[in-house]
Design a protein around this ligand. Structure first.
Ligand SMILES: O=C(O)CCC(=O)C(=O)O
Ligand SMILES: [Fe+2]
Length: 508
């Protein structure tokens, strides 16, 4: 129903279903092969016995036909048997299996899913500054994995990025496709095969969009020596490019829109790549046991690390247990839905490209675990949770990220929602998993990056002491490079803190 609920690539846990569907598809194809084999068997054994008889006849045709029994059999065979053979040949094979595949279609990814997956891989490539060649051969940020992309994979990247107008990236993937197709060991099964000429045509078109006319001409010339020898479209393309080149660069009216493949490395990318100064080297900050926030903590102090003072930010270690984590994941998995972002102009939350993950929400009283976690959050933060938002359990998917944002609402668009409970005074973010590569929470304005560590939690204040929003809290979830990132967060609202932080004064 809702577009966001399917959205296969936006949660690793959600994609597990796809593997099950794929196994069913392979079973259907295997049954299809069985049906084909049965028919082929019947045909081959038919041929064998017919050949035997026809050989005998051909040795001495007249002698054969002078026997009435042979003549009778020939007439009968040709009239009856061959009618039946023709019907048999005409009968379609494996229609049941074709139907099974059709039935599975509704559980299969759509073109939107593929576009999202392409966008995600492109995001990984640009954020971490990886080369297409490395990614294609399974090297992700310096680590070799036992997987590589085929020419079909890289061609799909190129085609879809081309359609989206991202020519610089498209060119890189299309070039890689041609490298792959050059390799004779990379044979593709006939129905999905892609010809070199087809890729060359798209590649030449991409180079033209990038105004690399001479390169485009080279590609067209190579294509004309290969499978596109007599292709009229390719011949026309050649003369078109030659004209472009002859007219020279000054006749190109529009300024080159060359976007370099290596996008500018901003603070956000630096943070994602782990290039911010590490927390431990900052001498002013320190680790301590927090045993003062509440009576509970006096008995069971938590390991707390001060990360920053503006905004005030602390990192708790080992603050949620392995069994609590697996219970949260079990609770969340069946109900994961595409995460949304509150859009003030629409006064509602909507699915956006800038936040790709799936989430499940739990009320404070959902069960004993949510009650326990909420008590712990109160102990950690010394905040009252009345009127705060529900616990969110989130799982990120392929290249899953949450672009730079603030957790507080835009003060100018105060809605009923914000007015009732106030703004989001603080955020508590539990990391439920380690993430093999990528997936940091980055605060680009203060050069802080927190890499997920299973069992830890980060807490920061979104608002200043006087209740004003703090622009230094700008943050983002970097794309997950490798791993299944699970987090649990709590957005704490301000209103109930009246007696916890009585010094708040709203200057508005
Ligand atoms: O997952 C993360 O690292 C950050 C999530 C976040 O910023 C949010 O949910 O508001
Ligand atoms: Fe956030």
């Amino acid at each position: 129903q809702d577009e966001g609920e399917q959205s296969h690539s936006t949660s690793v846990a959600g994609m597990v279903k796809l593997l099950e569907v794929e196994a069913q598809l392979i079973d259907a194809l295997k049954d299809y092969a069985g049906e084909l084999e049965k028919k082929l068997q019947a045909v081959r054994s038919g041929i064998a016995s017919m050949r035997q008889e026809s050989k005998r006849a051909q040795d001495s045709m007249e002698g054969y036909l002078s026997n009435p029994l042979n003549s009778f059999k020939l007439i009968r065979r040709m009239h009856r048997d061959w009618t039946l053979w023709q019907i048999f040949m005409d009968e379609p094979v494996g229609l049941t299996q074709v139907d099974s595949v059709q039935e599975l279609r509704e559980q299969m990814p759509t073109s939107t899913d593929l576009e999202e997956a392409v966008t995600a891989l492109d995001r990984i490539q640009t954020t971490y500054g990886l080369t297409m060649a490395d990614i294609s051969s399974g090297i992700l940020d310096g680590r070799q994995y036992n997987v590589s992309l085929s020419a079909l994979d890289t061609y799909a990247m190129g085609q879809i990025l081309f359609d989206e107008g991202n020519y610089a990236s498209a060119a890189g993937w299309l070039y890689q496709s041609l490298v792959w197709l050059e390799d004779k060991n990379n044979r593709l099964p006939a129905p999905v095969e892609v010809s070199k000429g087809e890729v060359q045509a798209v590649y030449a078109e991409t180079l033209l969009k990038l105004e690399r006319h001479a390169d485009a001409l080279t590609v067209v010339n190579i294509a004309l020596e290969g499978d596109k020898r007599n292709d009229i479209k390719m011949l026309l393309k050649k003369s078109e490019i030659e004209t472009l080149i002859r007219m020279g660069p000054n006749t190109i009216v529009k300024a080159p829109t060359l976007k370099s493949t290596s996008t500018r490395v901003g603070e956000y990318e630096r943070g994602c790549r782990g290039l911010f100064p590490s927390l431990s080297t900052n001498r002013k900050l320190h680790c301590l046991y927090n045993s003062s926030n509440s009576d509970f903590l006096r008995l069971a102090p938590l390991k707390m690390e001060l990360v920053g003072l503006d905004p005030y930010m602390v990192l708790y270690h080992d603050v949620i247990s392995a069994s609590e984590i697996s219970q949260l994941q079990e609770m969340a998995t069946p109900g994961l839905k595409r995460a949304t972002v509150y859009k003030s102009s629409a006064s509602k939350s909507v699915v956006v490209k800038t936040r790709t993950s799936k989430v499940a929400w739990f009320t404070d009283t959902f069960n004993e675990l949510t009650e326990r976690l909420n008590r712990r959050i109160s102990d950690m933060t010394n905040f009252e949770l009345l009127g705060s938002e529900m616990l969110q359990v989130m799982n990120y998917g392929l290249g899953g990220h949450y672009d730079k944002h603030y957790d507080f609402f835009n003060a100018s668009s105060a809605t009923n929602l914000t007015q009732m409970s106030g703004d989001r005074i603080a955020t508590v973010l539990f990391y439920l998993t380690d993430v093999e590569q990528g997936g940091a929470t980055v605060f680009p304005n203060i050069q802080r990056a927190v890499f997920p560590q299973r069992g830890s939690a980060i807490v920061w204040y979104n608002l200043l002491d006087d209740g004003e929003t703090n622009p230094q809290t700008l943050h983002a979830a970097c794309p997950v490079l490798v791993g299944s990132k699970w987090v649990c967060n709590k957005w704490i609202r301000e209103r109930a803190q009246l007696f916890k932080r009585p010094c708040l004064k709203r200057g508005k």
